[in-house]
Design a protein around this ligand. Sequence first.
Ligand code: FNR
Length: 387
Amino acid sequence: MGHYGDLQTQIYRDGLHGVLPDYPVDFATLEERAQNALSPSLLNYVQGGCGDEHTQRANVSAFHHWGMVPRMLVDCTTRDLSIEFLGLTLPSPIFMAPIGVNGEMTQDRRGDIAAAEASATTGVPFCASTLSNSPLEEVAQAAGPTPAFFQLYTPKNLELAESLIRRAEAAGYRALVITLDTWVTGWRPRDLNAANFPQLRGKVLENYFSDPVFRSLLARPPEDDIAAAVEAWTTIFGKVLTWNDIAWFKSVTRLPIILKGICHPDDARRAVDHGVDAIYCSNHGGRQANGGIAAIDMLPDVVKAVGGVPVLFDSGIRSGSDVIKALALGATAVGIGRPYAYGLALGGAKGAAHVLRSILAEADLLMAVNGYPTIDAVAEASARETM
Ligand code: FNR
């Protein structure tokens, strides 16, 4: 059986023939190359965050104060990175976090399709954003047999919300991820200084423009009057959700419901009491609130609060070692965000797949070296605070 870590042998062997990897295997080099590949406005949008960006830096640096204790004399010649999640057996414990500007990350503006193709080739599930350059049906198709999730930005118009959910069900998505922290956009100085907000320029709105309910609200179709369609979108985006809304979601869909943005243990407990299927602990990569606490530092209390209900995690994952630490702190599965987006920018589906494979290779080799043959063993090893 092959292992994710075999990628390293392949890279070294290729090197014997003078062949270097097409894309970087580490985040720092990846980001540096993406900086050169992206337009300044798109780079700002992806790389930037809220306020002085302290939170997004903390998300990353906080991983340095968690460490793993190695275990020796354990046979790790075979590693199993698979996990069970919502009745699915997934080959690895990572997934692709929803990124609403994926569509713009490739020159052909079909980056959502490229991301889904990377999912198809790696088996890493893709969480498709509501904000997309390609309709969710096409994205689901491109993901092939790999299970995909649909992330919903709940519109104020519930008929439209229901339409998007029905479309996601019909397209075969396996779970509904409801993002809670983005009914309004956080204060993002980089984008503000450049006066750039992609949606207002008519970008990434195809799920709305292709929706029969949204179209029925317009005097003329988006193809004929894009400005009016964008204006309609601005008035409809972003319902303020409260706990009372969870019953509505449960009444309209049988898809498992995952709440994204839960960071407080009381909210996690309450979400479980409301019957949600999984919690998604994330601070949106520091893009929404500059609250100051790293997401990884909030994860252990959330996990403790929910008594075995699955907990997804993202925000600050840059390497395979970060993935292992998040699993050791109780995450069921770990979301990769900006790194795969940069992979898309450098090489479309191939670039994104390379980033995911590199992260998995590092995680696998850390498990091999540290004596954790399975994800359960990672969870048992736990992570220690180093300061
Ligand atoms: C996001 N994120 C996001 N989340 C979401 O629920 N729906 C979305 O459409 C988007 N869009 C989006 C765009 C960009 C450019 C970024 C960087 C992020 C948040 C995303 O799902 C995830 O929470 C963060 O990316 C995690 O932070 P890091 O690890 O990427 O820094």
